[in-house]
Design a protein around this ligand. Structure first.
Ligand SMILES: NC(=O)C1=CN([C@@H]2O[C@H](COP(=O)(O)OP(=O)(O)OC[C@H]3O[C@@H](n4cnc5c(N)ncnc54)[C@H](OP(=O)(O)O)[C@@H]3O)[C@@H](O)[C@H]2O)C=CC1
Ligand SMILES: O=C(O)C1=N[C@H](C(=O)O)C[C@H](O)C1
Length: 268
């Protein structure tokens, strides 16, 4: 099989740099292009230099030119940037991996619509371990379906701009679905003041932001006389990048469709 030609959006960001490192390290993919938004101080710089050694690909703002060299774009940016890249991928028939989080319901609909024309893997967490935890949560919630209060607790670095994390929200969705609840109806995002007693069907979310925490998630099932905690802790961003590359490989022979990492990992 020929190498997958990968373009990376947000290439100077935390995930962008990790993705460059991941792509340059594997034999079956090549870095085709590296993108940044206009105004970035990294425009014109060699993408490999960000990770220590030059690779001959300059960081550019020209989305169409970048996509003309690529089979797949990997995007970990911000929702507005992702939607701009999505439109260009759709126009040029380029596959898209979306790791960005923090989309509105309407923005997610735009992604769904685009997946009629191109294959898209859209997942709030590309790490294999987190996707295993989604499965464990489904099993746990079905067993602990009465008498256990569910709380989702997440912690991330001080630079993260969206809350709760996309992963925490997906964990809440998995548990809510297993329990036959609608997350928008039962979710509570933080508590303050005289809140009254906790309704038994509530799913609570707590957010911690600080320092360089890469990403920790815990789902707590609190019963009477016992507690169950299912926790995932990231110590590096490389598992996210490697998951994104698996997603790019997964789409190689696909024509269209919306997928997530459960599809990529064969966990459906
Ligand atoms: N699905 C997953 O597995 C994971 C998802 N994420 C998500 O990925 C996203 C990025 O995270 P992270 O790398 O830490 O963030 P960073 O802020 O470090 O990187 C984002 C990059 O995107 C650029 N950018 C910002 N706005 C735009 C825009 N409108 N158009 C194009 N590029 C833009 C930034 O440039 P500048 O710095 O100049 O603003 C930066 O280079 C977040 O939504 C995060 O939640 C993160 C890790 C794993
Ligand atoms: O912003 C991050 O860093 C992360 N974002 C993703 C999320 O919002 O779930 C995934 C991971 O937790 C790291």
């Amino acid at each position: 099989m020929s190498k997958i030609r990968v373009a990376i959006a947000g290439s100077s960001g935390r995930m962008g740099r990790t993705l460059i490192e991941a792509v340059l390290a594997v034999p079956d993919a090549e870095l085709a292009a590296a993108l940044e938004h206009p105004g970035s101080p990294f425009i014109g710089k060699d993408a490999g230099e960000l990770m220590g050694s030059r690779c001959g690909i300059s960081i550019s703002t020209d989305i169409d030119a970048a996509l003309s060299q690529a089979d797949c774009l990997i995007d970990f940016t911000r929702p507005e940037g992702t939607l701009q890249h999505l439109a260009a991928c759709r126009k040029l028939g380029v596959h898209l991996v979306i790791g960005t989080t923090g989309f509105s319901v309407e923005q997610k609909q735009v992604i769904e619509e685009a997946a009629r024309d191109i294959p898209i893997v859209f997942a709030p967490n590309m790490a294999v371990g987190v996707n295993a935890v989604f499965k464990l949560l489904d099993v746990a919630a079905r067993i602990l379906n009465q008498g256990y209060d569910v709380e989702v607790i997440e912690a991330h670095h001080r630079h993260k701009v969206d809350a709760p994390s996309g992963t925490a929200l997906r964990m809440g969705e998995v548990v809510a679905e297993a329990l036959g609840r609608s997350l928008p109806e039962c979710a509570v995002y933080g508590r303050e003041g005289h809140t009254g007693e906790r309704p038994p069907t509530q799913i609570g979310f707590s957010t911690i932001r600080g320092g360089d925490i890469v990403g920790d998630h815990t789902v707590l099932f609190a019963g009477t006389g016992e507690r169950i905690e299912i926790t995932h802790k990231s110590a590096s961003r490389m598992p996210y990048a490697q998951g994104a590359l698996r997603a790019a490989r997964f789409m190689h022979n696909k024509k269209q469709g919306l997928f997530d990492m459960q599809d990529v990992l064969g966990l459906r």
